[in-house]
Design a protein around this ligand. Structure first.
Ligand code: KG4
Ligand code: ZN
Length: 354
């Protein structure tokens, strides 16, 4: 792995995943929608997944540069596929289907993964499975929880999305609410940047907030009617507080403001999720996407769902952020339903999940 810059093993080779799943079908999953090139194999050895993160590359620009992201995906994808297959002890001819993220995402970045997946599926004469990125995030749950209670409410909360879905059963999604402006992850990233931190800021705020006093700076809790979210006002409130305290910051200022800001976002996410659970009479709650790795959000959601007697399903933190295991898992469900994509399918950066 050392041969490839930024390549990180997130799971042992040929080992069973912590969930100890065993798969009778072999699915190769590919994810290149944004700034991680990720590849995974589901087979009788369990789940093997690797990713090549571009975080260090984009850090110096303060955000993702699409052109650089595409070039990096092109460099990383082939070695990554070879390495994952090797670690999974899976020869090419054993692959039963190739699953790939088809959208939403950056068009150039998606194109790299989709072109690679199409060529591989064509060459191997196996089905191509076209996966919505958010369906992938939701499928991360099934990596560790094969059976869940339906109907479920899913909060998909990432750098690009904050969506609430009702899931009647596997593969049937109804959008109940979404953010009217920024996604929660974006608000955390931009907030962290205003505080002087690098991208991605979500994990930094999570860490800082643990040492901070979340009551010190009251932020307005974002409210919208219904199940929609709105976070842009919070960003403005943060900007104002930072400039008001420009010259009078004690050593606790940054942790305290990070904790207060994070708390306001988490309260809004939890409130709307509970409202959706009640409105739909759902039996379980799924919390997925990069921001689902947030400690306070996980903790608060657990407390509230326990109080309501609702089952909560959370992926392990390494399955919350972008990865290809979740794409392969969503692919397995498409494969079982014989939901195969045509080889002339094109990536769709604005793909809707229905
Ligand atoms: O799902 P993801 O990896 O990519 C998208 O599909 O957007 O989510 C990335 C987002 C970023 O905004 C990042 O700051 C946020 O997830 N994130 C976190 C944490 N880990 C990642 N936000 C809060 N707390 C975390 N621990
Ligand atoms: Zn994502």
């Amino acid at each position: 792995m050392e041969r490839y810059r930024g390549l990180t093993a997130t799971n042992g080779s040929g080992q069973f995943d912590s969930a100890r799943r065993w798969f009778s079908v072999v699915i190769l999953g590919i994810e290149t929608s944004c700034d991680e090139t990720a590849v995974a194999v589901l087979n009788s050895n369990g789940i093997t997944h690797l990713l090549s993160s571009q975080v260090d590359l984009h850090k110096q620009y303060g955000g993702i540069v699409p052109e650089l992201a595409c070039r990096q995906h092109i460099e990383a994808i082939h070695p990554l596929v070879k390495e994952v297959l090797h670690r999974a002890q899976c020869p090419l001819h054993k692959i039963d289907a190739v699953a790939v993220t088809i959208g939403p995402g950056l068009i150039g970045a998606l194109l790299v993964g989709v072109s690679f997946a199409k060529a591989l599926a064509y060459g191997l004469r196996v089905p191509l499975l076209a996966i919505h990125h958010l369906e992938g995030h939701i499928a991360a749950i099934f990596l560790e929880h094969p059976k869940i209670l339906f109907p479920a409410i899913a909060l998909v909360v990432s750098g690009g999305h904050t969506n609430l879905y009702k899931i009647q059963n596997k593969g049937k999604y109804q959008l109940l609410g979404k953010t009217r402006d920024d996604a929660a992850g974006e608000v955390l990233d931009k907030g962290a940047r205003m505080m002087g931190f690098d991208y991605p800021g979500g994990p930094i705020i999570d860490r800082l907030a643990k040492q901070g006093d979340a009551e010190r700076f009251p932020f307005p809790i974002p409210h919208r009617t219904g199940l929609d979210f709105s976070f842009s006002g919070l960003k403005t409130a943060l900007m104002r507080k930072l400039s008001e305290h420009e010259d009078q910051r004690d050593q606790f200022f940054i942790p305290d403001i990070a904790a207060s800001y994070q708390k306001a976002i988490v309260i809004s996410l939890v409130q709307k999720s509970l409202a959706a659970l009640k409105q739909e009479g759902a039996r379980s709650m799924l919390l997925v996407g990069g921001v689902a790795a947030n400690s306070l959000l996980r903790h608060r959601m657990k407390e509230e769902t326990e109080r309501m007697g609702i089952a909560l399903y959370l992926p392990s933190p390494h399955y919350c952020t972008d990865n290809a295991a979740m794409i392969a898992m969503a692919g397995l469900s498409h494969f079982e339903r014989k939901c195969f994509a045509s080889l002339d399918i094109f990536p769709n950066p604005n793909f809707e999940l229905t």
